[in-house]
Design a protein around this ligand. Sequence first.
Ligand code: ZN
Length: 198
Amino acid sequence: MNDTITIEKQTGKAFVLKKGEILTVSDPQGGQVSDMVLFNEHDFGEKISSGKSLDFEESILLTKGNYLWSNRSRKMAKIVEDTNGRNDFLLAPCSKETFEIMYNYEGYHPSCLDNLSKNLQPFGIETDDIPTAFNIFMNVQFNEQGKLSVLPPTSKAGDYIQFEAQMDLVVCLTACSAEDSNGGTFKPIQYKIGNGFH
Ligand SMILES: [Zn+2]
């Protein structure tokens, strides 16, 4: 139950998190983003919503004390600890097209959407059902004109964030595959599930 599980670089994992359980997501080497999506375990039509979360939390920077809300305006998870404190909830998971459109990359490139899709498919969740992810450790900056820039994460080795499930969830996490989001190198992500604070 309390074993630490490693998500190897440029991969992902999906699992069930029951109401009241604590999910710890950590950055073992530092400077690595993890995209996270949440679904109601009993009804996949209910899923994490960036729009609802930013609206109800009245912030575009969510951290300790904030809730992640569903498209049906219900609380899905509470952020109970966040040692780094910088996450993004604006940008969609990187996909094959991200690299084509933004970086003129040709051919196959691993991506968060691909890894979310592969790992959620066994649960019966399709690619088009995947919403904007909560991008743990992602460092998106913006100026007064709204111009966005993606900078390397500020997370250091050992930084972690903890979520308390507010309902039974299917969770999918990735170790992000976008060069710019991760300071140019790809690292693993780790997580563990527990019943209390660690
Ligand atoms: Zn990504």
